[in-house]
Write a protein that binds this ligand. Structure first.
Ligand code: SF4
Length: 269
């Protein structure tokens, strides 16, 4: 099966290509499309088992952000030129740190990008441009829905949950960069958003609960508990199943930090 390997930077790509070719793996460089040139390192299209390929790269110390299946993209490639180069001045170095199946929908992808510089000074201005979503000025953190996806900004990170495929992820990264540039250009003309809002639905929390409806938390079921978490009437520790299912807890903790329900300083993400 054909797979696409995503690297954090060009140096990792170059090392990865050399290792794969030496190991006689069929490997073909895959440049990112024009509209996100510079935002993502060159990827490699390979044929073979992703676990074997991953092990080969790992054994040679090559950093990999993720491996995704190669297939038909669900969207058309946008007919747009490269992003405004101002992003480098604002963010410094920027890379896709990880791409992996989404916890809440394993048929889609969670993409985490990391910039060299903090987004904190710009997030309150970005919150001015986004209607709805969740914003916590103390973080600051900003998260909002983009159809079935969840996009969030905090510290030096942009996290996109449930991207359809690699092209969809690139499109969302480009949109996120445009939002950052817009905030940066207009920061002297705007007042920063100061009012917190919690415009995400309890369904985002529910998707990260074990969904057994056992009632051990004292609520009628997981949906009722998700509402209690959203409104601050309960805490994660009240769900005993979460203690055993660390992957649920990690995903829910991340979400609650991303929308300001848990202070960002306690982040392990
Ligand atoms: S204890 Fe956890 S799994 Fe059980 S109903 Fe409450 S939230 Fe759902």
């Amino acid at each position: 099966m054909a797979q696409i390997i995503i690297f954090p930077d060009q140096a990792a790509f170059q090392s990865g290509l050399e290792v794969l070719l030496a190991a006689k793996v069929s490997a073909e460089p895959l440049d990112p499309p024009d509209f996100c040139l510079g935002l993502s390192a060159t990827s490699i299209l390979v044929t073979g088992m992703s676990t074997d390929i991953f092990r080969t790269l790992e054994s040679h110390g090559v950093s990999v952000s993720g491996i995704v299946p190669h297939g038909v993209f669900r969207r058309d490639v946008p007919d747009a030129g490269p992003p405004d180069s101002k992003w480098r001045e604002i963010l410094g170095e920027f890379h896709i740190a990880s791409i992996k199946p989404s916890f809440t929908d394993p048929t889609r992808f969670r993409v985490e990008c990391v910039a060299e510089r903090s987004l904190d000074p710009l997030i309150p201005f970005m919150a001015r441009f986004i209607r709805g979503g969740a914003f916590d000025p103390e973080g600051p953190v900003l998260a909002f829905d983009e159809d079935h996806r969840l996009v969030s900004f905090w510290d030096r990170r942009i996290v996109i949950c449930r991207a359809d495929d690699l092209l969809d992820a690139w499109i969302l990264v480009r949109s996120a960069i445009e939002l950052i540039i817009q905030a940066w250009e207009r920061r002297d003309a705007l007042t920063p958003e100061k009012k917190a809002r919690l415009g995400i639905g309890s369904i985002e929390i529910f998707k990260r609960l074990p969904a057994t409806n056992c009632g051990l938390c004292g609520h009628q079921g997981c949906m009722e508990f998700s509402l209690a978490l959203l409104t601050g009437r309960s805490g994660l520790e009240k769900c005993p199943q979460m203690k055993e299912k660390s992957e649920y807890r990690a995903s829910l903790e991340w979400l609650m930090r991303a929308v300001g329900l848990i202070p960002r300083d306690s982040s392990r993400c």
